[in-house]
Write a protein of this length. Structure first.
Length: 228
């Protein structure tokens, strides 16, 4: 499992960076900022921040999709913050404060995931443009969440052993994997599966959004010639 973990992490990092390089090196032959467009680099920064933090374009186009997507991302962020305690020592007080909130977020996130899944299954126009990869992501997330809930409330792993293994991976001094807890093996394997699939799926929008020409271009075509 140690070797598999390093292979998956390497593929994730290289795949993510490669996709970002592709986005950054792809020419934008046309000046196509979305109106009302940014007129300075500062305005572009504000616009991208609004998209990343508040999903402003999605809010304007469809309030229900925005609500489902935004609640999912907020809950997912809280879950990530809660899990950081397994990666560092000592754990900062602010992360300790997040722990109970992260537990509730881990349960609540099931609702927005199910909402996004049901849209792809029962809304005709969404089902028409949905591919197998879209469902793989959602089912993977559900499997990770359910296995995590079971680990938290019913089949607890040895957290000291788990943390020693995770920190050992990060410091290139890995300790033994806690194989005695089968559910943790399943949960960890599912997370590795998500990381492995990440650079090759629509999840790459996490980095790709910064290279969208409709968002990152300055509307200065009258002042400056656009050269690719």
């Amino acid at each position: 499992m140690i070797i598999v973990s390093y292979i998956v992490i390497t593929i994730f990092i290289i795949g993510f960076l490669y996709k970002i390089w592709l986005y950054a090196s792809t020419p934008s032959p046309l000046k196509i900022p979305t109106t009302p467009a940014a007129t300075s680099a500062l305005d572009v920064g504000k616009r991208l921040t609004g998209e990343v933090v508040f999903f402003k374009s999605l809010f304007k186009s469809n309030k229900w999709i925005w609500l489902g997507g935004y609640l999912f991302h907020i809950a997912f962020l809280l879950i990530i913050l809660r899990h950081i305690r397994y990666f560092i020592y000592p754990v900062p007080d602010i992360l300790l404060m997040v722990q109970p909130i992260g537990i509730y977020a881990g349960i609540f996130i099931i609702l927005p995931i199910l909402y996004l899944l049901l849209r792809r299954l029962f809304v005709d126009r969404v089902r028409y443009i949905s591919k197998g990869g879209d469902f793989i992501i959602l089912f993977l997330l559900l499997a990770i969440i359910f296995s995590g809930i079971l680990l938290k409330f019913f089949y607890r792993a040895d957290l000291i052993q788990v943390k020693a293994f995770i920190i050992g991976l990060l410091t290139f001094n890995p300790s033994a994997f806690p194989y005695e807890n089968t559910l943790f093996l399943i949960h960890f394997s599912l997370v590795l599966g998500l990381l492995l699939y990440f650079p090759f799926s629509k999840l790459i929008h996490a980095g790709g959004i910064f290279f969208s020409p409709t968002l990152n271009q300055i509307d200065n075509s009258r002042e400056k010639r656009h050269v690719v």
